[in-house]
Each structure stands twice: as C-alpha cells, then as structure tokens.
Design a protein around this ligand. Structure first.
Ligand code: UDX
Length: 424
C-alpha cells in the first residue's frame, strides 16, 4: 500500500476519527486545530469526546499522529488536506462556510495542495471554491459516520464517495487509494453529485424516521402496533428494516441540520421541497407529543415531578445537539413541571442547556418521588434498572412514557405501571 502523508484540518469529531483511522491504516497524519488546549490534550493522548474505540486508537497510533495549531506544519508535510471543520447553520438555515473559507485563505495560492472536503457543505460549494481559486485541487469526500460507531463506520463503510472534476482526477485517485484497504465500493462521481449524495442520504434517512413516526401516531389511534408494522415493512427488500424505529424524534448534529440545509438550498434555487418541510414539522411535533401523553394521565403538569431518563440525542454518545430532551425540558418547564434529568455520560454537558431541569447523578435519584418517568434515550443501563422493585417503590405514581419502545411493557404493566409507548 502507498503511504501518503495526510493533513487533517479541524480536529472535531469527524476530524479526529479521520486522523486516527488513517494513522491506523499506516499513514503519517498532521492534524491541525485552532484551539490550543485541544491540541495539547490530544498530544498527551487525552480524547475530549465520547466515542467508543477512539481513545485507544489515538494512543495506539500516537507515533504517526501529530497534532498542531500551526497550519504551516500541515502544509509543509501533506498535499492532501482533509477539511473537517464544522459548517453550522446560520439564522437563515444556510450552512455557515466561514471556517471553510478560512482554510482556503490559509492555503494562499499554493498549487501543490488539494482540499478534500469531508465537511458537509451545500451542493455547489466545490464549484464556487474552484471558481474563486482557479486551478486548486478539489475532491469531495463526504463522511457518513454515525456517532457511537464512527471508528467502526470509518473502517467498514457501506460506500466511499469520491467526487472530482477532470483537473483533480489525480488527487481523486490518491484519495481513492487511501480507502482501498477497506474494500468498500467506491462511488466515483462529479463534485456536485458527491455533495448531493451526502445531503440526500441524510434527508432520506430523516424522512424514513418521520414516516414511521407518523405511522406510529396513526397506529395509536387505530389499534396497530408500530413495531409489528415496521417488522413487516422492513422485510421488503426495497424498504429494509433499518431506521424504522418510531420514537420521540430524531436529533443530533447531522439530520436536523442537513435536512434544513437541503430544504434551504432547494429554496434558494427556486424549488420548494415540500416533503422535507413536512419531515421537519413532523419531527418537531413528535418531540412534543410526550407532553400530551403525560397530561392524559396527570392532568395539569404544574408542580408535577417528571424524571427524564436520557439527555443525549441517542445512546453511546455525550452529544446533546438537537436532542429531544432539550425540547422536552423546555416544554415541561413551560407547563410548570419540576424536571430532573439523568444521563450516563451527557449530564454534565447539558447542565446549562436543559431549561429549568435539575441534572442528577443516577437514574434512581431521578425517579425518586416522580409522578412520571419519560425514557428519552435508549441507554442499555435503563433497561437493566430494577423497574418492578426499586424504581416502582421510589415513584409517587408508577407512570412510564417509553419514548423509544425500549422497555418490557408486559413486565411493567404486570407490576402495576401505567405504560405509554410510541405507536402501540
Ligand atoms: C447520522 C447519519 O446516520 C450519518 O450517516 C451521518 O454522517 C450523520 O448523521 P448520527 O447523527 O450519529 O448519524 O445518528 P443516527 O444513529 O443516524 O441517529 C440520528 C437520530 O435519529 C437519533 O436521534 C436517533 O435516535 C434517531 N433515530 C434513528 C430514530 O428515531 N429512529 C430510527 O429508526 C433511527
């Protein structure tokens, strides 16, 4: 295998996974971030994010992984620069590309470097960069990593997308070669299509979730069980079983942002993307539906003690971006409820984000004296709680809203709980 020095610009979650995995594949990696504390910590082998397997990989490959705040260190050593800076939404819903532009500025008029864009950018970004910087090497190489399994996803991708125009074909070949040990199918295409593949994939997955959530809501009215419905649907090859779990809505750093970005991009081009407008709206309503389920049993929520189990937007991550817990805490506070929230890892991160909620140190502390428990995130730990013993005896009212259909309904109902799931 060709060894190639690799530059990584922006050592957030995507950048660090990319850097560590390329180092694991045997390459020397120069990774640059603008936050000195982060660079220092990584240099010592301290990984600031919760991602299974990542700290081990960083420490194991310490010799080949060089963290720096100096872009010059990267430019001197690597020609391929994997851009992994964040592209957060602006107030208008467009992506903020100022960090990408800053990288471009730092390149000066170098003609021996190529930008390999991993950051999620609007369709047309590559074209606009090449127009502004005539002759620059540019390869679109979107990431499809899931939080909580990012290392695994990097090493065993469903596909690798490499988009480039003719002038950058040589760089694209080199990028493709870097992934060849992974044995994945490579989709070699033009830049705009590569950019669209990323946005369309995330928008489609989000659509799948909003679709099954609506089926769940209708199933509640009509007496069907959405889990059975999803099982039956998922066996159709054309549909597939994944991303058909009804719940309290999708969150995270990608789906809400990317759906919004694609909708906005379409709008800017003069096309109203009706379906995505509904996907977003269904998701927002889904996040709030729990309130109605609580009111059905408790009447007014004013003064009621509500325990939220799970704060992270999904299990095995400490990420709380766009998490349903944040919306729920805000709505519950608005109804006058007292909220205590517990998460196995994300609690401390969320301290200032959960409107009015008290973050507690254990699930049992959260349920102590509660009128209801809402399971927001399906952490394994919550399934293993002693529901029929310790939990029940601590609660004031044995009411459970299982926002992920995660708990054993029969056991809970058998023990005298009032159980509300999603779509059953
Ligand atoms: C996602 C994409 O999967 C990944 O390819 C992309 O690069 C980034 O965005 P991630 O945000 O880490 O990854 O989370 P994912 O596991 O996809 O879950 C997203 C959200 O959807 C979570 O809030 C999850 O709870 C929710 N979800 C997922 C459902 O509600 N139902 C499902 O069936 C699946």
């Amino acid at each position: 295998m060709e060894r190639e020095p690799i530059g990584v610009v922006g050592v957030g979650w995507v950048g660090l996974v990319t850097a560590a995995c390329f180092a694991e594949l045997g390459h020397e990696v120069w990774a640059r971030d603008i936050v000195p504390e982060k660079v220092d910590a990584l240099g010592r082998g301290d990984v600031p994010i919760h991602e299974p397997g990542l700290p081990e990989l960083v420490r194991k490959n310490a010799e080949r992984l060089h963290f720096t705040i100096d872009m010059g260190d990267v430019l001197d050593r690597a020609e391929l620069l994997f851009v992994c800076v964040d592209t957060p939404p602006t107030y208008s819903g467009d992506a903020d590309l100022s960090r990408v532009d800053a990288v471009l500025g730092e390149l000066g008029d170098s003609d021996k470097h190529a930008l390999v864009m991993k950051s999620t950018v609007p369709v047309g970004t590559g074209r606009s960069i090449r127009r502004r910087r005539d002759g620059i090497g540019y390869v679109a190489n979107p990431e499809f990593l899931k939080e909580g399994s990012a290392v695994e996803d990097f090493m065993h991708p469903d596909r690798v997308v490499v988009g480039a125009e003719d002038g950058s074909a040589g760089y694209a070949d080199r990028v493709e070669a870097l992934y060849s040990p992974l044995g994945a199918e490579v989709v070699r295409t033009d830049v705009a299509s590569a950019e669209m593949i990323k946005l369309a994939s995330n928008a489609f997955l989000a659509t799948k979730i909003s679709f099954i959530n609506e089926i769940a809501n209708v199933s509640e009215e009509l007496g069907a069980d959405v889990r059975e419905v999803a099982r039956g649907m998922g066996l159709d090859d054309r549909i597939g079983p994944k991303f058909l779990q009804a719940g309290v809505g999708f969150g995270g750093s990608c789906f809400p942002k990317d759906v919004q970005a694609l909708k906005q991009l379409a709008g800017n081009s003069g096309y109203h993307f009706q379906l995505l407008t509904a996907v977003v709206e269904v998701n927002e309503l889904q996040k709030r539906r729990t309130i109605g389920k609580l009111q059905k049993h408790l009447g007014s929520l004013a003064g009621k003690e509500i325990a939220l189990l799970g704060v992270a937007f999904k299990p095995n991550t400490d990420d709380v971006r766009e998490a349903t817990s944040l919306v729920l805490a805000g709505r519950l506070a608005g109804e006058g409820a007292n909220v205590r929230a517990y998460d196995p890892v994300a609690g401390s991160k969320a301290t200032d984000m959960l409107a009015g909620a008290r973050i507690v140190e254990s699930a049992l502390e959260a349920v102590d004296g509660a009128d209801a428990v809402v399971l927001v995130t399906e952490w394994q730990e919550f399934r293993e709680l002693d529901w029929t013993g310790q939990v029940k005896s601590r609660m004031r009212m044995p009411l459970v809203v299982d926002g992920r259909n995660f708990l054993d309904r029969e056991a809970l109902v058998g023990a005298g709980f009032t159980y509300e799931g999603i779509g059953r």
